[in-house]
Design a protein around this ligand. Sequence first.
Ligand code: PHE
Length: 338
Amino acid sequence: MALQEFVSELESLCTAANEAFSKAESGDQLEDGRVEFLGAKNGRLKSAQKLLGSVEKSDKPAAGQKLNQIKKAIQAAFEEAKSRLVNAVEDDLDETFDPTLPGAPIRMGRLHPITQTIEELKDIMGRLGFSIEEGPEIEDDWHNFEALNIPREHPARDPLDNFYLATANQNSGQPLLLRSQTSTVQIRVMENTPPPIRIISLGRVYRPDTADRTHYPMFHQMEGLMIDVDVTMADLKTVLRLFATNYLGEDVRIRIRPSFFPFTEPSVEADYYWNGKWVEFGGAGMVDPNVLQSVGYDPETVSGFAFGLGVERLCMRRHSITDIRDLFTNETRFLHQF
Ligand code: PHE
């Protein structure tokens, strides 16, 4: 290669490098340029250096000198671009920022009282041998009513008492609703598992009630279900009492009184005593043979009990909360007390 050609090759390389470095607007762009021109492996300067071998022997000293000169020029252009970018970053720094000031304290979050209650209920029932199950909050007719022995014309299905969805289940055509009770989970569990069964299910339920001190259109229930041979009402009373004394205290007074639910026979309502009054904490009873049949169990060989307790009421009694709405307005000054 002729000296002249080699020199002009180097000069256009230098121009290109200068342009790339002066155009760089970020560290990344500058680094791309560095790799392209000064890269130790495949950099363009490196490639130019290789051409030196093909220059006439007599021209080599001059060519070598030129190469060094260009190399220095490219490196200088790189350094210049680098300090230009560093200065730009420093100019951007907020001068009022004092890194030696102590930081702002971080306020610790905490679990919502209902979440705390749920955790504790799971714990107590777990020690009594009940495992946890879950079910969907959007339910179909079968699980919320039909399988629970609540027939077509039953007033419990009234659209005024339930949050029906505007759309039905696409496959079955069944109406859908926000579940009004966790008893739906009883059916889901029994449909999928043979007896014996000992489960609880904790979750949200929805009813179009006007909010007041004791009502809210969404609340939580703890459903319990135990199925085995020879399960009796005595077992139900024992579990309810053990549960109440564990959660509310040894001295809590509870009572059960006759009631009616389509899915239990006999049915009871369980109350505890608070502030001079009996307060209902849930419904319960022996699982109705019709329900056992609807999930394919044989009512002649197995029996069982079920209960559904209001989680908010338990939590309120425990913490002396007098208005259920306080639990859901998310006023942090209220929530921070728990
Ligand atoms: N599902 C009933 C309710 O929401 C409570 C209940 C559960 C009653 C299980 C009996 C058995 O009121």
